[in-house]
Design a protein around this ligand. Structure first.
Ligand SMILES: C[S@@+](CC[C@H](N)C(=O)[O-])C[C@H]1O[C@@H](n2cnc3c(N)ncnc32)[C@H](O)[C@@H]1O
Length: 261
């Protein structure tokens, strides 16, 4: 309890220092005072710094249904049943059941054999997707080491689930080299901060095969730092970014010949 109060207090000191010394953040907080009621102060800072994502998110051409998206790439939208074993949607869950279905449709449509998720959390998404992939397919999922997480990383992942490979490490420092050009779908749902999302996306560009897909979670007005990083990476590699209707998921297909800088 005392630790929590001290943490809250230090967060306040950090944000007040930033409000005082950074004019962009000061302006944002004065015009959105309610933002200070957020518990995640770092989101307040990110939203203040990357406000330009607001305008990009308003683009009406950004959104598309999953059905239209798949058909735009001639990907079969299989009608076969999607089985989602862990449906519970508690306050800490991040992926909705519909978002899981979207990922499953893409996975089945392209017959994905290798999927890489950054951000395992309790492993709900990993188990749900792995339940719908080919028996020879692999679902790699990376999260921070257990000793620095307050929750049980991958608690839903049972040992006998041979399709799931749990990896531990900080995505900013993780060595992705053995996954280069090996991944069909990379799902980015780790640290939701501009610089990390940018770095995770650069790594995704290296890991995903030509014509493979990158899917980002939190392309949304509430996560402007994450959203701006997604727009930036798609601009850099000339990727056609779309947002799937009814979700906060961005998606882009890696083009053959994309030169990764
Ligand atoms: C939003 S949750 C992921 C939810 C999960 N994809 C699901 O659908 O259940 C974000 C996760 O990213 C992890 N994370 C945060 N920073 C990270 C980093 N630098 N490297 C790896 N994982 C990170 C957190 O520990 C957290 O478990």
């Amino acid at each position: 309890m005392i630790k929590k109060i001290i943490k809250q207090f230090t967060d306040w000191i950090v944000i007040f220092k930033k409000i005082i010394f950074h004019s962009k953040i000061r302006k944002y907080v004065f015009s959105n005072p309610r933002s200070l009621l957020y518990t995640k102060y770092d989101s307040v800072i990110e939203n203040a710094l990357y406000g330009k994502a607001n305008e990009l998110l308003r683009n009406r051409e950004l959104e598309i249904t999953i059905e239209d998206y798949l058909s735009s790439y001639n990907i079969e939208n299989k009608k076969e049943e999607i089985n989602i074993p862990i449906k519970y949607q508690g306050p800490t869950d991040s992926i909705s059941v519909f978002e899981t279905q979207v990922l499953c449709k893409l996975t089945k449509g392209i017959k994905a054999k290798s999927i890489f998720e950054i951000g395992t959390f309790e492993g709900r998404n990993a188990v749900n997707i792995a339940n719908n992939i080919d028996k020879n397919a692999k679902f790699y999922t990376l999260d921070l080491p257990q000793k620095i997480c307050k929750f049980e990383v991958g608690k839903y992942i049972k040992e006998k689930n041979h399709k799931i490979v749990q990896l531990f490490g900080n995505s900013e420092k993780f060595d992705f080299s053995k996954f280069h050009n090996k991944i069909d779908i990379m799902f980015i749902d780790g640290y939701h901060h501009y610089k990390t999302v940018l770095l995770d996306s650069e790594n995704a560009m290296k890991c995903v095969k030509d014509n493979g897909f990158i899917v980002w979670h939190d392309l949304d007005f509430t996560q402007l730092g994450t959203s701006y990083a997604i727009f930036q990476i798609c601009k850099k590699y000339n990727l056609q970014l779309k947002k799937i209707s009814g979700t906060v998921m961005g998606i882009a297909r890696k083009k053959p010949g994309n030169i990764i800088k």
